[in-house]
Ligand binder design. Sequence first.
Ligand code: SF4
Length: 266
Amino acid sequence: MQPDDDSTRARSLSLDILERYRQVYRASRNAEPLLRYGRRTIAVSTIAQQFYCEKAVQLSIERPLAPTQSMRDGVAGHEAVSSLGVTMTQQEAIEAAVVAREVPVCVYEFRIGWHHHSGATILGFVDEAWFRNAHVDLVAERKFSSNPAIHAPYHVQAGLYCLGLGEMGFGTECSRYRISVFSRQCHDCASLASGECPTVAIGADSHTCDRGASISRTFPFERESVHHDLEWALEFWTGKREAQATTNPSRCRACRYQRMCNRTQT
Ligand code: SF4
């Protein structure tokens, strides 16, 4: 294909993806609020939390508590890394993603949204997405935790980002996702903010310094498995079933909603 053909095809595809995204966003504002709690939209991060404890998600809505310092630190850490990127509009980000190129381009804080057949609109921000020729090479997700392990909800979240990018019109065959987990102390690290931390700079599997530690692993995107997780999670939002509490006692011990939870009162 000639360069002119490539650029025409890329422009047409980017307009198509952008228009589809805008339609999803508009519909999410105007649609009947058919989901639990009168919602129209569900965030990818909320769906991921359901895989930690769905009961805790329910309580966080019905009896919300103020964010903790560690939650605020996590947000600050995310902002520090995303500040490495150049601010782009959604249109510019999509245009960059579809360009034919040899080396993938990274877009930080890529906004995604798609409509699910249940009536829910799923929305999210991908920390870091690497694109080449309208294909998703890699989704990178960062977490800050006192427990340096890659938990199931992290897989769900990163997998849903891949799924959502596919629903928007990007190619996701052979896509992968990388999960990096940093110590909480890393949230205001200057090396992390500048992109010099080896976990960010070269994707090192692990790194320890006098301040904190991090691990990072890459996994293949498995569409069927992620699709199955999403169907299960949306059964709660569409009222098909009640919230399921975790059966993992260590999660309950660390839970802020422990005192309000039926499961731990019985
Ligand atoms: S106490 Fe346990 S079951 Fe109850 S909301 Fe918290 S994590 Fe879930």
